[in-house]
Design a binder for this molecule. Structure first.
Ligand code: CP
Length: 307
């Protein structure tokens, strides 16, 4: 049974196909309005979410399907100690496809090994968030027309930011990109991502603490929230949480066609004064996420022979 746990579970050709489908959904929504009639998506969210859960649910409704939802770990039998494996076997009896978010890294993988329907990782701990990457890729494609020849700045919590890890993995498969990793010393990109992704794929990168210094070089600036829920120590979080606040002044030397992204939720990382700047793309990401999740649900249900 085909599941998507990591963005690398999808080949470059499959990413292109998903983008093509999403663009067709945007242009011809009526063509897709009944493709999933009578089918069900289960959203199992053991961690808070607004965008991912609701966009998965909106995606399934817009395909004509239905949704069953578990939006709080405490309201399920996980609170009584039921394992992820048993939960996946159980929910497979009720649904055609599962989207799962879990605080434990690897939990959606365990679910996929035990489910009899496709499982989509909707974010696992500080590890991966492949469908956010799909939203990010569609946004980059619509703004830049290509995934090549780009200088991308990742700024903020690069240690715990799972969306950063997934997007670096995805963009490392395309040609002639450069990455600038902007973070406080304590929140640098984990060495395994640098070694296994950037160095292995010979992607040029630099590490800096200086956002303003990096700004003129950037085609894309990917801001991130400091991930309070992953810290062991509240004092460290409070010290680091406002390390980078993007405001109008910091954009003075930015390119005219800079694409400013953020997976959201935002806390203080981007001043609301920037929301009306034409370079602000973070609410476009939110909408693009729904289209890419529609495309992914369609792909996995077709491959499973469900539709
Ligand atoms: N970007 C993202 O995953 O947002 P939510 O946590 O609201 O789902």
């Amino acid at each position: 049974m085909r599941s998507v746990i990591d963005v690398l579970d999808l080949s470059v050709e499959e990413l292109d196909e998903l983008i093509k489908t999403a663009l067709d959904i945007i242009d011809n929504p009526e063509k897709y309005a009944h493709v999933c009639d009578g089918k069900k998506l289960a959203t199992l969210f053991f961690e808070p979410s607004t965008r991912t859960r609701m966009s998965f649910e909106a995606a399934m409704y817009e395909l004509g399907g239905h949704v069953i939802s578990m939006s709080e770990a405490g309201s399920s039998s996980a609170a009584k100690g039921e394992s992820v494996a048993d939960t996946a076997k159980t929910v497979s009896c009720y649904t055609d496809i599962i989207a799962m978010r879990h605080p434990k890294e690897g939990a959606p993988l365990v679910a996929s090994l035990n489910a009899s329907v496709p499982v989509i990782n909707a974010g696992d701990g500080g590890h991966n968030h492949p469908t956010q990457t799909l939203a990010d890729l569609l946004t980059i494609y619509r703004e830049k027309g290509s995934f090549e020849n780009l200088t991308i700045g990742f700024c903020g919590d690069l240690k715990f930011g799972r969306t950063v890890h997934s997007l670096i993995n995805a963009l490392s498969r395309y040609g002639n990109n450069k990455m600038i990793l902007i973070s406080p010393e304590e929140l640098k990109l984990p060495s395994y991502v640098k070694k296994d992704v950037l160095q292995k794929n010979r992607i040029p990168y630099e590490q800096t603490t200086d956002l303003v210094g990096a700004m003129p070089k950037l085609d894309i600036l990917y801001m991130t929230r400091v991930q309070r829920e992953r810290f062991f120590n509240e004092e460290d979080y409070l010290r680091l949480k406002d390390s980078y606040i993007l405001d109008v002044k910091k954009l003075e030397n930015a390119k005219e066609d800079l694409c400013i992204m953020h997976p959201l939720p935002r806390v203080n990382e981007i001043s609301i004064a920037i929301d009306d700047d034409p370079r602000a793309c973070y609410f476009k990401q939110v909408l693009n996420g729904k289209y890419m999740r529609m495309a992914l649900i369609l792909k996995l249900l077709k491959e499973a022979g469900t539709i």
